[in-house]
Design a protein around this ligand. Structure first.
Ligand SMILES: Nc1ncnc2c1ncn2[C@@H]1O[C@H](COP(=O)(O)OP(=O)(O)O)[C@@H](O)[C@H]1O
Ligand SMILES: [Mg+2]
Length: 333
């Protein structure tokens, strides 16, 4: 029996991340649970500081154990990641899961050429011989829109522009065609043509290999084009989860409604981006027992100030909402 049919590719249960900061201990990710299947693209949206990056960094094992504590269960293809030692985890990273970061410099090594770095990943995780590896490096660079791949392969990270570095990092992440790709604002620094090309590349690899993709982006056009399902995060928690059609047509959390309403209309902007919504995200270091969106919510009631609702299934398949009044809120235009 095919394993991928019986269990999700990635399963995250009750993930909680706590960090020691100058303001004391904060928990930027609280009680986050979700899963993703092969052949699926899951989007994560939410304003800056809502814990999207910390969530995926925890999954990849990238948070320093010195200042962070990660609780909960993370399983990739049924295998618990937190039980692996750092060497085993490195094996996984690259072959079974890879990540594209917001900041490309953090994943490129300044002392090796770009070609060497992509080739090293291929050496570790694929059976390709030296000559085939060199060929594959050139193909990968071409696929991410680099015009002179042979010359670029011989260059060092500091010799190329930020946008080029971003593309090289994407080539590196795609080198071994990982089962799970996590992309944290992958195309923010790129112009529209290159962005389109990269997203098409991700989709074609997904169609060919069944790769699962988790994508964090502020760009709702990208979400609409790429994703089958979306998680909405607010102050470290998932406040809504829905399939893409339901999310855009019937959002039931007031925060999701505000996020979608704040996007400029298509006629005014080429890209529809999430913009500011009224009020600001409360501080993580101020303890509060009510709903974390209460202060900004147009529908707030006394109950919301006192008790934080749990994320619950509502009467629509696969639709979860963290709001006491989701059913009523959903009916308002
Ligand atoms: N290394 C760190 N030290 C202290 N605070 C951090 C650190 N990394 C993240 N945070 C805090 O955790 C919260 C979530 O951050 P992040 O996951 O990066 O948000 P985003 O949703 O924008 O990706 C923010 O309030 C951020 O300031
Ligand atoms: Mg982030």
């Amino acid at each position: 029996m095919n394993e991928s049919q019986t269990e999700p590719l990635l399963q995250v249960d009750n993930l909680r991340v706590s960090m020691a900061t100058q303001q004391g201990i904060i928990s930027p990710v609280r009680d986050v649970s979700f899963s993703i299947n092969a052949h699926e693209t899951l989007g994560i949206i939410g304003e800056s500081g809502c814990g999207k990056s910390v969530t995926v960094q925890a999954i990849m094992g990238l948070l320093s154990p010195r200042i962070t504590r990660v609780e909960g269960d993370i399983a990739l293809k049924g295998r618990a990641l937190h039980t692996l030692n750092p060497r085993q985890l490195r094996q996984y990273c690259g072959r079974d899961m890879a990540m594209i970061f917001q900041d490309p410099l953090s994943s490129l090594n300044p002392v090796f050429t770009l070609g060497q770095q992509i080739a090293e990943s291929l050496r570790l995780h694929t059976p390709l011989s030296g000559a085939l590896r060199r060929q594959r490096v050139v193909t990968l660079l071409e696929e991410v829109g680099i015009y002179d791949p042979v010359r670029t392969a011989r260059m060092y990270p500091h010799e190329i522009s930020g946008g080029m570095r971003q593309r090289v990092m994407i080539a590196m992440a795609m080198a071994c065609e990982p089962a799970l790709l996590i992309a944290d604002e992958p195309t923010t620094a790129l112009d529209v043509t290159i962005q389109t090309q990269i997203l098409a590349l991700l989709d074609s690899v997904k169609a060919r290999t069944g790769m699962g993709i988790v994508i964090i982006t502020h760009d709702l056009t990208v979400i609409a084009q790429m994703c089958q399902r979306v998680l909405v995060m607010y102050l470290g928690q998932v406040v809504e989860e829905a399939d893409i059609i339901t999310l855009f047509n019937k959002p039931r959390h007031p925060y999701t409604q505000a996020l979608l309403a704040s996007r400029p209309s298509f006629s005014h902007a080429r890209k529809s981006r999430l913009t500011e919504i009224a009020g600001s995200v409360p501080s993580l270091s101020t303890p509060f027992s009510g709903c974390s969106f209460a202060d900004r919510c147009p529908y707030v009631q006394a109950r919301c100030q006192r008790h934080n609702p749990s994320l619950r299934d509502i009467n629509e398949p696969g639709h979860r909402v963290r709001c006491w009044f989701a059913e009523q809120v959903g009916e308002t235009p």
